[in-house]
Design a protein around this ligand. Sequence first.
Ligand code: NIG
Ligand code: FE
Length: 414
Amino acid sequence: MDLLIKNIKQLVSPMGSKPKKGKEMGRLSIKEHCDILVRNSVIEEVGYNLELPLDFEGHVVVADNLVATPGFIDPHTHIPFYGFRHDEFFMRQAGMDYMAIMKKGGGIVNTTKAVRKASLHDLIEFNLKFAGEMFRKGVVAFEGKSGYGLDTESEIKQLKALEKIEEQGYQKVVKTFLGPHALAPEYEDYESYLNMILEEMLPAVKKAFPNDMFADIFTEEGVFTLQQSKRYLEKAQKLGFKIRLHADEIKDIGGTTLAAELNANSADHLICIQDKSISKLSTSKTIATLLPGTSFFLGKSFAPARKLIDEGVAVALASDFNPGSCTINDPTVIAHLASSKLKMTPEEILTAMTLNAAAAVSLEKDWGTLEAGKYAGIILWEIPDYRFIPYFPSHQMIHTVISPKKALRVKACV
Ligand code: NIG
Ligand code: FE
């Protein structure tokens, strides 16, 4: 794809190919009246009064009244899932809590039943709709995971669905294996399920998908212990997986500290992270991926984003989009919650949803900023300035979303 975007009213982007830590997250490059030249789906130049190259065969977009930002990267979703769990949502409103529902055989395992029954085709069709919806909301790349199959065949089916969603949709899709997400219904205890994962599932997944893939685990009191998580993650690393963790969501049992010690790409949730884990994180390469949509959806407290950023941690934001703990996938709503609940600045939020989000899933070399050499993942907004992203959530403010595969004109009405 070739594209020349002319005379952009305001171009706003973090810069570079490394995650921004602490107060660096607030530094954005803001340019006015500049152009972006895209050739072969890659940004060739960002500059002023760029000439049309002689062999240019693409489109020219006049952007005098548009704001340009990098496309959003959503580094934590639970796509592909199947079916919904609205009953549980209302059970919670009536007083039952998330873990209590899970212990009664509901929660994640409820979705497992639906995912196991669904064919590969069902899974692809059901989730392509969500991927398309997210694209129109500006998400140019997202991470999806298994974790609702809980047996080897169904876990691999979920990962295959992700591969097909990437092929058939417009976005870059990063795959994560999350076999240790809950206790598979066939097992009595977490230890025996984990032993099967280590002996059978993890090697089978590696064999089916020899290239880049993440391995994730739900490290939590009453789910997988710290020791089990360590055993799993070390084995995954040995097999060549990159690692990440669901950690400190309900209680800090050391998940984030383990993530930092093992150089995990990311530790996600961190609602209950303790001060000693924050300092571990600030001196590590691990990114804190915060999911304020989940706190909001479950009516829980919010991760201490201010403390994390002030201590020098690199923070990313994600949706956690799934049928149980967060049905929100709109990046502007996540941005709004990051402002109102996490007290992040608009600049920190943009960095957290683009460059740092890309780094959480190892995409920071090619994605997440508007700079020469990066893939064309661009949003053109019909808004007065970039601070409307957290301020005016869920309105149709997007004019055009551009990914390397597609430039989609979305009609804005703000
Ligand atoms: O990130 N915490 C564990 N896993 C998911 C929940 C998935 C579900 O409830 O289906 C999460 O919130
Ligand atoms: Fe999650």
